[in-house]
Ligand binder design. Structure first.
Ligand code: WT7
Length: 584
């Protein structure tokens, strides 16, 4: 926390779009002004939406400008202008309308990172429906939870993922339409009764807004599911107005300049970073964006930066640590000199990663903190502000942050407590889907309680301490222990299960499961492996226990709740704390 660790800004104040000192910007900032600068008169009337702001207005003003540079995992390359995106999205919106999709219906997207993800996202938004993005690594159990909870009416799915939906299809009576994207058109004939071919639907339509409903800033837009401690994931509902905050943070934090930048966000659109900053913010500004279909691969990533001349890069600490592991010689084989500004999100960014970036890439990673619920960056390191390695930075202008005590009163500098945010940003979530009491429970004394613990130092920088609940952060993805426990007990051998996050030097945390077996089963390595794979397949490749221990009994409270805190303390050799509620 000492100032001697300060890294001074790499760009001079006059060069950045922040344009002034942090303090001045914080003082002067007004959301209404930001909205007006972005949208002019339409800002006040609320007559704008994420399709009009991110796509349609650029299609009109600069139709031939490239919006999307897509790089397939087999090195196929495709490029789409803003007007091409507009046409694809409008045709899909018309197709949805024809299928009877109405304002507020939930339409999910379940595909690998292919261009149709982007076309259909904006098509769904223009049709007035709510987009439900699903991560392509999800298994049948994970998609069932989300489609069921939201009573989804339609899903746009890639043919490769169709078997996972079919495994649970009979449990989804509300799911009327399954729209299949197949990039290998020959097999489209195999579609069954209630499945539509995406291409055929879209080809039958024309690219017009005629007949589509009016969508305004306060209409619901996107709903990502996020994990909690004691229940299955809940839907976090956002509104079109979020685009104001997504655009403004893209300008002031990512420092995006549409005329010159090539921007790359490595997050998958199944997660909020991949929509807020892998679509909305950058496209609201009219930026050209790279999307890579494949996953992490150190030399491929460097190659992409060099080939596409990426200048602004938004990624995650786990990826940065993996790049560090791949060695310092690798990046020297590529021309990475176009990189101008680097940002990170999702987990604490360790000081070593920042120092490594500075030494090896010649650029400092700027940490940003936010959540699915906040919809846009809320505590950040700004291009004009010195970076204190290890700190998340300071509240975004137009927001307010605080550290609160257990009875929700503001604490002073140096004190650790609950990280809280004043719900001032237009991107703040509207509600948890059909969970009014849970939504209310996150607000105390006018503050939104984030579920994180943190500290503020004398200079106003915020420092992440940990989660206030049992939610696990593995490689930047939140996983609720309850979901994993549920999947574990569905295995025929498992009687009971308790799940914790175990610190890990690469992934921040890994999921560790403690399992007691039913009578007739005996612990073995083989069974452990089988149970892990069972969860991996049903739930998700990112949410299965990498470690599993068999136990006779799980520690429980007298009311029968598994004491994860105690499992964790025992695993880590920490003090066991108050055991008064432990059953005998
Ligand atoms: C949780 C939100 C919104 C980005 C993707 C995650 C953790 C996020 C940081 C950071 C330390 C961070 C927090 C937060 N987190 N950014 N810079 N430093 N922790 O969205 O899945 O809703 O997760 O991720 O615990 O509450 P999410």
């Amino acid at each position: 926390m000492q100032n001697h660790n300060l890294i001074n800004p790499q760009q001079s104040v006059s060069d950045t779009q922040f344009g002034q000192s942090y303090e001045t910007a914080y003082q002067d900032f007004q959301w209404a002004t930001a909205a007006k600068t972005l949208l002019g008169e339409r800002a006040e009337s609320n007559r704008f939406n994420q399709f009009s702001v991110c796509i349609a207005r650029h299609a009109k003003a600069s139709p031939t400008k490239t919006a999307l540079l897509w790089h397939g995992k087999d090195n196929v390359r495709e490029a789409y202008t803003f007007s091409a995106l507009e046409a694809h999205a409008l045709k899909f919106a018309q197709a949805l309308k024809k299928l009877g999709i109405e304002k507020g219906d939930r339409v999910f997207i379940y595909m690998e990172r292919i261009p149709e993800v982007f076309f259909s996202t904006f098509g769904i938004l223009r049709a007035g429906a709510i987009v439900g993005p699903l991560f392509s690594a999800f298994g049948p159990e994970a998609i069932l939870d989300r489609l069921q909870d939201s009573q989804a009416k339609a899903i746009v799915i890639s043919s490769t993922l169709l078997p996972r939906l079919n495994a649970v299809r009979q449990l989804l009576p509300d799911l009327e339409h399954v729209i299949v994207v197949n990039r290998n058109p020959e097999s489209n004939d195999k579609l069954k009764n209630k499945e539509y071919c995406y291409n055929a639907l879209v080809e039958a339509e024309s690219a017009t807004e005629a007949g589509l409903p009016e969508i305004t800033a306060d209409c619901s837009s996107v709903m990502h599911y996020t994990s909690g401690t004691t229940a299955k994931p809940k839907g976090v509902l956002h509104r079109h107005q979020a685009v104001i905050a997504q655009a403004e943070t893209s300008r002031m934090v990512l420092d995006l300049r549409p005329e010159t930048d090539i921007y790359w966000c490595t997050a998958d659109p199944g997660w909020v970073t991949g929509t807020s900053y892998g679509m909305f913010g950058p496209w609201a500004l009219g930026c050209t964006m790279l999307v890579y279909e494949g996953g992490f691969d150190a030399s491929k990533w460097y190659e992409l930066i060099a080939f596409y001349k990426v200048s602004v890069w938004y990624t995650a600490p786990t990826a940065i640590r993996m790049l560090m592991k791949a060695g310092d010689n690798l990046p020297k084989q590529f021309d990475l000199s176009t990189l101008r500004h680097l940002c990170s999100v999702g987990e604490p960014l360790n000081p070593e990663a920042i120092l490594w970036g500075k030494a090896i890439l010649g650029r400092v990673f700027h940490d940003t903190w936010w959540q699915t619920e906040t919809g846009s960056m809320h505590i950040c390191n700004y291009p004009v502000m010195p970076v204190k390695p290890g700190s998340m930075g300071k509240p975004f202008p137009g927001t307010e942050a605080a550290i609160l005590s257990d009875d929700w009163h503001s604490l002073g500098a140096g004190e650790e407590g609950h990280l809280a945010i004043k719900p001032l940003s237009p991107s703040m979530f509207k509600a948890y889907w059909q969970k009014e009491a849970l939504t209310q429970s996150r607000f105390k004394n006018g503050w939104y309680i984030t579920g994180d613990r943190a500290r503020r130092d004398d200079d106003g920088y915020y420092w992440f301490v940990g989660r206030a609940d049992d939610v696990i952060n593995t490689a930047g993805h939140l996983v609720g222990p309850f979901e994993v426990e549920n999947a574990l007990v569905e295995h025929p051998a498992v009687a009971e299960a308790g799940v914790i996050g175990k610190p890990d030097k690469d992934r921040l945390e890994i999921i560790k499961a403690f399992v007691s077996l039913k009578v007739g089963y005996t612990p073995s390595e083989e069974l452990a492996g089988e149970i892990k794979q069972f969860v991996r397949k049903r739930l998700s490749a990112h949410a299965y226990p990498r470690e599993l221990s068999f136990v006779e009994n799980l520690p429980k409270t007298r009311s029968g709740k598994i004491m994860r805190r105690l499992l964790k303390a025992r695993e880590l050799g920490l003090p066991e704390g108050d055991l008064s509620t432990l059953e005998d």
